[in-house]
Design a protein around this ligand. Structure first.
Ligand code: HEC
Ligand code: HEC
Length: 475
């Protein structure tokens, strides 16, 4: 039985790779890379703003396709959407596609990115983390420059094994210590600093030199547009920032296919250079689903049973399925801004500039993207990020180094869609580990290069803070 299933899986794998040589590549639309930085306040000679999708405040606010897609693209969007929600199970169980594990943290993409939005940080040790993962690293880097995984547990602690066959790696919980910050006008804000509590470990101690980095799942809309921000644009932004006293840096990471060192864009430390690689990494790291890009199972020498688990031949996720997820994420639109003409919102926008938030959260970037009616045309997006790494100070430091990202470095989080996060995800968690429970808390966690912005916020009057928050809510 098992052998015939293996044969079937092998045949399917072969069929799929034959298919790939056929029309799929003809319908796939490469993203053209070009473009230069748009000065923040320059309105002369400005290409059109990419039509963001207007959506009412609802759980579907991050789930709309870009405007102006062709019929083929709309179909690709739907196929990819199904793949993103598709359930994976361990071979040869029923109820999903085969390939999950041996160890994993979830059975589908959507489980951690509900509504294409953020994950949820547990409120305390009583709550099991689901869409918050624990990345692990040693202090030194491997030969490619990436953080070296833990010798017994790998790059993250997997909370799920295979029922009756393989135990999970371990479990953790989050606990918080609170402290307060007093703003200039007397208002007191409580911040919670996270700590990791390891509650079960099945393959020996982690060792006190292991770096623990909890990470919350990020929103996944608008990423095709961020993928299209060219390396030269990133370099130009970094250059301009240097003159303004910031120190945004590109994380030069490894392209898994070519081995080349190229600009990282995705992940909280910008460790993945483009969407295709980010998706393959997500399949592998979060669900244990391997692919042609990341073949093999992650078994660590001490986990002997792991090597005995039955597995299917060839790649578990086929290139065609990965391409479908890529199509979907490339075409997921950022939501349109709301209430842009409201005087309080406009005042908040000015304060955002004055507090130099816009130095890193760059309002607009010029790109050229090959999707739908936007094909080969210059267009402007408003992501409120520079995709660069910044030293955010000791308060946010996790000690985790990888490629050029240092212990205190984080990639500027895009702020588009910020005001709709509660409608989509029902929580207000922000920052890389979801520690902030409001935008105010998120700003007060800024330090390092963003320390002056934080101080500017602390010094604002209540009326000014309300305007700034109102503006951020309009994004
Ligand atoms: C177990 C939870 C989990 C699952 C399942 C999961 N993700 Fe993620 N995702 C995360 C976390 C955590 C991050 C941030 C990782 C980091 O900082 O390196 C992330 C980041 C991403 C990003 C980068 C977003 C950005 O703005 O840089 C993309 C894209 C993504 N995931 C896609 C996927 C896809 C596609 C799948 C399914 C194949 C998937 N994820 C499954 C937790 C998950
Ligand atoms: C030096 C660059 C820099 C400046 C200046 C800066 N930020 Fe940030 N911001 C970041 C980085 C990097 C992150 C991601 C931190 C993390 O994930 O822990 C971030 C995260 C955020 C978040 C959370 C977003 C999310 O999805 O979790 C908000 C909100 C935010 N910033 C608002 C502001 C505001 C408002 C200002 C001005 C008062 C400001 N920032 C100034 C770099 C900056």
């Amino acid at each position: 039985m098992v052998r015939s299933l293996l044969r079937l899986a092998g045949t399917l794998a072969m069929l799929a790779s034959v298919f790939l040589l056929l029309p799929l590549s003809a319908t796939r639309i490469p993203v053209a890379l070009a473009g230069a930085v748009e000065p923040t306040n320059d309105t002369s000679d400005k290409p059109p703003l990419l039509a963001h999708i207007y959506v009412p405040e609802s759980v579907a606010a991050y789930s709309q396709p870009l405007q102006g897609l062709s019929d083929i693209e709309i179909r690709e969007f739907a196929t990819g959407k199904a793949e993103f929600a598709s359930r994976w199970v361990a071979p040869f169980l029923s109820g999903g596609q085969w390939g999950l594990g041996p160890q994993s943290n979830a059975g589908s993409c959507i489980e951690c990115h509900p509504g294409n939005g953020r994950g949820r940080a547990p409120d305390g040790p009583g709550e099991t983390p689901h869409s918050l993962i624990l990345q692990l690293a040693q202090r030194h880097l491997d030969s490619s420059g990436r953080a070296l995984p833990h010798p017994a547990y790998g790059g993250q602690l997997n909370g799920r094994g295979i029922l009756g066959k393989l135990i999970e790696e371990g479990q953790f919980r989050m606990e918080y210590r609170t402290r307060t910050v007093r703003l200039a006008d007397g208002e007191v804000v409580e911040l919670r600093a996270p700590g990791v509590l390891i509650t079960a470990l099945w393959f020996g101690p982690l060792g006190d030199k292991t770096i623990l980095s909890p990470r919350i799942a990020q929103p996944v809309f608008g990423l095709g547009l961020l993928d299209a921000v060219s390396d030269s644009t990133l370099r130009a932004i970094a250059e301009r920032q240097r003159r303004a006293g910031f120190n945004g840096r590109i994380n030069f990471v490894r392209d898994a296919r070519t081995g080349a060192s190229i600009a990282g864009r995705f992940g909280h430390k910008a460790t993945e250079p483009h969407l295709e690689q980010q998706i393959a990494a997500a399949f592998k790291n979060e669900m244990g689903v391997n692919s042609d890009l990341y073949p093999g199972e992650d078994c660590w020498p001490i986990q002997e049973e792991c090597y005995r688990i039955e597995t299917i031949l060839g790649a578990e996720v086929q290139d065609m399925q990965r391409a479908a997820v890529l199509d979907y994420l490339r075409m997921l639109a950022p939501p349109a801004r709301r209430a842009t003409e409201d005087p309080q919102v406009r005042r908040g926008e000015t304060l955002f500039e004055q507090a130099r938030c816009a130095g890193c959260h760059i309002p607009s970037i010029k790109i050229q993207v090959d999707i739908g009616q936007h094909r080969k045309r210059d267009t402007v997006i408003e992501p409120y990020t520079d995709l660069l790494l910044h030293d955010m100070g000791d308060g946010l430091a996790d000690g985790f180094r990888t490629f050029s990202a240092g212990e205190r470095d984080w990639r500027t989080a895009p702020l588009w869609g910020l005001g709709l996060r509660k409608a989509v995800n029902g929580n207000e968690n922000l920052m890389h580990d979801g520690r902030a429970r409001s935008v105010t808390e998120a700003i007060l966690w800024h330090g390092g290069e963003a320390g002056a912005s934080r101080q500017a916020f602390i010094n604002m009057t209540l009326e000014e803070r309300q305007a700034l928050l109102r503006f951020l809510d309009s994004l």
